[in-house]
Write a protein that binds this ligand. Structure first.
Ligand SMILES: *[C@@H]1O[C@H](CO)[C@@H](O)[C@H](O)[C@H]1NC(C)=O
Ligand SMILES: [Ca+2]
Ligand SMILES: [Ca+2]
Length: 312
């Protein structure tokens, strides 16, 4: 599947470009569990501005007697909004007592964007110019039923997405598992001193990487993928766990919320029309969260092989 290979390259590329960040992380912040995300975060990042010395003619003239001069450093009154972080869709403003507060951003103040790849499609099946436009609009609907139901669905303009048929749904995990394994191997190959993987993770991927029986990345038939999963089942256990750990971050609690799943889901939906159905049925107990055992079972990992320690 070409699509998976392209996506893999994008993801690996992003990871390499920003080794500090999870791929796609921060890109989307959406959906139900707002409680999990701090409403407003104060960044404790002190910016001390220094006044340039020597611009005062008096100082210049008396420069030779520097020691005798008392240098008064002037710290300009700082804009309280400078260090005030607002979540997506909001911007900082000063209230009457000069305190920073977060208010909904006016969508018209979002940077104009005519590029198709910047468009996003909401669950209202409406195309928004950019994720900025989307989150600003969602913010203005805060507190309403409509706003509660509106989520970012996928990246790109809204389009017709064919319904996912039962037999197609069964193909999805075959490709996804193979892809996860290839992502990890690619990260491993490129990870000389980027530290994309921890030492523990590297050891685990090394075993997969060096296994001669490993199915190389490529365009494989579903039959071959199914056959490989049966024959080399052990190679797939770690990649499935690893992806869960990548997504389970806000908070790290062994459950994936819709928000946590978004970085994987949103870019995938336009390419793989079974994405939504797949993740919906993954949530076997229908509590809106995907637990590790639900996730593992979705990918065909046997119950006795589900291991919390593999996630970290
Ligand atoms: C969503 O919008 C696209 C493009 O406007 C359209 O082709 C598609 O049929 C719509 N989907 C649904 C479920 O209404
Ligand atoms: Ca979580
Ligand atoms: Ca669940």
């Amino acid at each position: 599947m070409k699509v998976w290979i392209i996506f893999l390259l994008c993801l690996a590329g992003k990871a390499l470009a920003a080794p500090q960040q999870e791929p796609f992380e921060e890109e989307f912040e959406l959906i139900e569990d707002q409680g999990a995300i701090a409403e407003e975060e104060t960044v404790v990042d002190e910016v001390i501005e220094e006044t340039p010395v020597g611009s005062n003619p008096v100082q210049v003239e008396t420069g030779e007697f520097d020691e005798a001069i008392e240098v008064v450093e002037e710290v300009p009154a700082e804009n309280p909004c400078l260090n005030h972080h607002c979540k997506k869709g909001k911007v900082c403003e000063l209230d009457d007592s000069n305190n920073p507060i977060c208010v909904c951003q006016d969508p018209s103040t979002c940077p104009a964007s005519s590029e198709e790849f910047e468009h996003v499609c909401g669950t209202d099946n409406k195309t928004y110019d950019s994720s900025c436009h989307f989150f600003a609009t969602k913010c203005t609907l805060e507190g309403t039923k409509k706003g509660h139901k509106l989520h970012l669905d996928y990246i790109g303009p809204c389009k017709y997405i064919a319904p996912c048929l039962d037999n197609e749904l069964n193909e999805f995990p075959l490709r996804m598992r193979d892809w996860l394994k290839n992502v990890l191997v690619t990260l491993y190959e490129r990870d000389e001193d980027n530290n994309l993987l921890t030492e523990k993770q590297k050891l685990r991927v090394k075993k997969i990487y060096e296994n001669e029986k490993r199915l190389q990345a490529g365009d494989h038939t579903l039959e071959l993928l199914a056959h490989d999963f049966e024959k080399n089942y052990n190679m797939y256990i770690f990649p499935v766990h690893w992806q869960f750990g990548q997504l389970d971050q806000h908070p790290i609690d062994g459950y994936l919320s819709h928000t946590e799943l978004a970085p994987l889901r949103a870019p995938l939906i336009p390419m793989e029309h079974c994405t939504t159905r797949f993740f919906t049925q993954c949530d076997a107990d229908n509590d809106k969260y995907i637990a590790l055992d639900e996730w593992a079972s979705c990918f065909g990992i046997k119950e006795q092989d589900v291991d919390k320690d593999l996630v970290i």
